[in-house]
Design a protein around this ligand. Structure first.
Ligand SMILES: *Cc1c(COP(=O)(O)O)cnc(C)c1O
Length: 484
């Protein structure tokens, strides 16, 4: 608007029409800390002319709202580009919304939450501008480059047309029960696991057995992604094995990787906890043929390319409603990992496609989470009622993983018992039961391999080619250029 008006001498209405026809807004997260608001005072110092323009956009927005809903002052305060509640701040997501032709989220659930919660008033005003485009991942990097052995096997079985049209992976379905193909599929996974085992040994000195179930949670460290739910369950498994229980459970390699923002204290504590539990478990001869824990440092795309192809189990366990889409979930499934996950982000769509019998589902739904947030959720009661959970939290509090130091993980424990904002304690028991199903399925290798093949065969829709095509057709309105 500033360039069109000030530099190109355009009238407001014409400039606004042009902006509204050119700009679209893709929202990538609903986390409040990422939905930016900028102090009016700061903008007025740094970009005073922009602020004038923002005010004029806002004046016109509020005029429009007033003609449609006269006398609704609450609505005006809610929809205003200026949040007046804690000082004066520009709501950047709202500014992007008024200025855009299309507004989209990156998975069905996330787009629905955008419409029904975060941008509800804008949706009421202009419903036809809202849409969804579910994310995708590039098969060139995350299958062909990262997993050459799988690529060769698929090429030898159904040809290579799938590399240009990923939904043709469906042609693998008829091979899912074929013993020869299952054997070859298993071989590919084993060789990828051997390669990853070497990387783990080189980077962290931890020896892991490639024959064990490779259970992976690799992603940014954040409380909403709930690495601590995973580690609490690992502690539970450890304590049970120490007591001679769950001895028939298959051996697992429990792999973590991920970075935390430098100033994010609670994420750093979670990393510290994973390392502390790993130190105890890996050096305990009572259990260390049944479980080994590794944290791969410096997680990035290069290390990701080694992990996704070697995973048996993909952990996608965020609090429902908080992971906009996830893309790691797609990379894992395309490489034949089975998912244990909540009904969140694109997990929901992955489960719809692979079939509920090929996906380990647990946990609260988004609406159940919303109800508990609105009501009185008492995490301490969960802790008191659940015997397993209590022994886990007590072991942590007693310093079992901190050489008897009972203060080290106290802030984490207090956070869980007092607020548990991410419903870790609430989801613990269903997560644990679901992990039992994972063990049972792993103990039936034919069933596991069949489900693994079907995950790959049915996830071709999650190609970035499909996602980009949808942006081209529905948002950018551009058509492909034919290549000779
Ligand atoms: C895919 C990817 C992510 C996103 O992972 P999620 O599990 O969807 O959070 C993050 N970092 C790297 C390096 C990735 O390759």
């Amino acid at each position: 608007m500033r360039l069109l008006i000030d530099v190109h001498d355009m009238a407001w209405d014409e400039a606004w029409r042009l902006v509204r026809k050119t700009v679209s807004y893709t929202n990538h997260t609903l986390l409040p800390e990422a939905l930016e608001t900028w102090p009016v005072e700061l903008i007025s110092e740094v970009l005073p002319r922009h602020l004038e323009i923002i005010y004029e956009i806002n004046r016109r927005l509020l005029e429009k709202v007033k003609t449609r809903s006269p006398d609704d002052d609450a609505l005006l305060a809610r929809i205003s580009l200026i949040d007046e509640r804690y000082g004066r701040n520009v709501r950047m997501a709202y500014l992007a919304t008024v200025a855009s032709q299309h507004i989209n989220g990156v998975a069905n659930l996330h787009s629905r939450l955008l419409r029904d919660r975060v941008l509800k008033d804008f949706h009421t005003l202009d419903p036809e501008r809202f849409t969804n485009i579910t994310n995708g991942v590039t098969p060139r990097r995350f299958m062909i480059l990262a997993n050459p052995a799988l690529t060769s096997l698929i090429n030898d079985t159904i040809g290579d047309a799938w590399t240009r049209d990923l939904e043709r992976l469906q042609e693998l379905e008829e091979w899912a029960d074929n013993p020869g193909f299952q054997g070859a599929w298993h071989e590919v996974k084993s060789s990828n696991k051997q390669a990853l085992a070497q990387t783990i040994f080189k980077t962290s000195g931890i020896e892991v057995d490639p024959a064990t179930l490779f259970d992976c949670q690799i992603k940014r460290i954040h409380e909403y992604k709930r690495q601590h739910l995973n580690i609490l369950h690992i502690i539970c498994r450890y304590l049970e094995m120490k007591r001679g229980l769950r001895t028939d459970a298959p051996a697992r390699t429990l792999l973590f990787a991920g970075k935390a923002a430098p100033g994010f204290y609670s994420a750093k504590v979670i990393i510290e906890l994973i390392h502390a539990v790993a130190d105890t478990v890996n050096s305990d001869p009572d259990v260390n043929d049944k479980m080994r824990i590794a944290f791969l440092p410096n997680f990035n795309v290069s290390s990701a390319e080694k992990i996704y192809p070697a995973a048996d189990l993909s952990q996608q366990i965020s609090t429902a409603g908080m992971e906009a889409s996830g893309t790691g979930n797609m990379k894992f499934a395309l490489n034949g990992a089975l998912t244990i996950g909540t009904l969140d982000g694109a997990n929901i769509e992955i489960r719809q496609r692979v079939g509920k019998e090929n996906f380990f589902l647990f946990g609260l739904t988004e609406s159940e989470v919303a109800n508990r947030r609105a009501g009185d959720y008492r995490p301490r009661e969960r802790y008191l009622k659940d015997q397993q959970l209590r022994s886990v939290v007590d072991a942590l509090a007693d310093g079992l993983f901190s050489s008897g130091d009972s203060t080290r993980f106290r802030p984490l424990i207090d956070g869980l018992l007092q607020h548990d904002h991410f419903f870790v304690l609430e989801d613990f028991s269903t997560y644990r039961a679901c992990q039992q199903q994972v063990d049972d399925t792993w103990n039936d290798p034919t069933k596991w391999t069949r489900a693994s093949i079907l995950n790959t065969a049915r996830c071709g829709w999650f190609s970035s080619d499909r996602a980009i095509k949808e942006y081209c057709e529905r948002i950018w309105r551009v058509s492909p250029v034919p290549i000779e």
